[in-house]
Design a binder for this molecule. Structure first.
Ligand code: TYD
Length: 219
């Protein structure tokens, strides 16, 4: 492969993204692809330093604009230090959350101006648009229940998990609206099914995408 393939995973809390990313990474490694697994906010030393500020809620009092710019600063560092070099080496990059989380969490439920969000997004990614985005879709009530089970008893819900189900419902709808408006990039995966059914759906989408890319000779 001349250039790599950039896949992002999006969706609400407790949709099973990290489990599915690990399963997919193992499957792709078995086929001898070079794989990089990463996540946001974080994924590079600079971005990990910002992660704590965001998820602890330390930036919350300064408003959604401040949070959006911090997510963007973290993303820019992550793209330039980690994602772009991996894509240029020909790796498949699997990233847990990316631009759509900012569009949804800061843009839609943070109430920020879409024009502002668009400029910030462009600056943060500098052309690194995902080749494929898998949106793991689940009823937020179910997702939050799963997220609570996975959390250790001493951990409190993070800055975003602690929000109301109705806010998470708006996020679900916003992710689905992005998928509808960018069908060439986004694939919606019904994450309410069993992990192995979800895994099968993801495998089909990803291998289909890789094949299409090969035959089209894109990039
Ligand atoms: P984390 O515990 O890493 O993951 P997850 O919910 O994916 O298992 O939490 C990341 C939180 O940050 C999550 O609630 C979504 C939020 N977030 C944003 O609000 N904007 C962003 O741009 C990103 C990347 C994440």
């Amino acid at each position: 492969m001349a250039k790599g393939f950039f896949i992002t995973f999006e969706g609400g809390e407790g949709a099973g993204k990290s489990t599915q990313i690990e399963l997919l990474a193992a499957k792709l490694r078995a086929k001898k692809y070079a794989i990089l697994v990463t996540r946001e906010p974080g994924g590079s030393p600079g971005a990990e330093a910002v992660r704590h500020v965001l998820l602890s809620g330390a930036a919350e009092p300064f408003g959604p604009k401040m949070e959006a710019l911090l997510f963007a600063a973290a993303r820019s560092d992550h793209v330039e230090q980690v994602i772009r070099p991996a894509i240029e080496r020909g790796a498949i990059v699997l990233c847990d959350r990316f631009i759509d989380s900012s569009r949804v969490y800061q843009g839609v439920t943070g109430g920020l101006d879409p024009a502002f969000m668009e400029v910030v997004e462009q600056v943060s990614i500098n052309g690194m648009v995902p080749d494929m985005t898998l949106i793991l879709d689940i009823d937020p009530a179910e997702g939050l229940k799963r997220a609570a089970v996975r959390r250790s008893p001493n951990d409190a819900p993070d800055r975003f998990e602690k929000e109301t189900v109705s806010i998470h419902q708006q996020r679900r709808e916003a992710f689905l609206a992005i998928a509808a408006s960018e069908p060439q990039r986004c694939v919606v995966i019904d994450a309410s099914r069993s992990p192995s059914e979800v895994e099968d759906a993801i495998t089909t989408a990803v291998f289909g995408g890789l094949e299409a890319r090969m035959t089209a000779g894109i990039k």
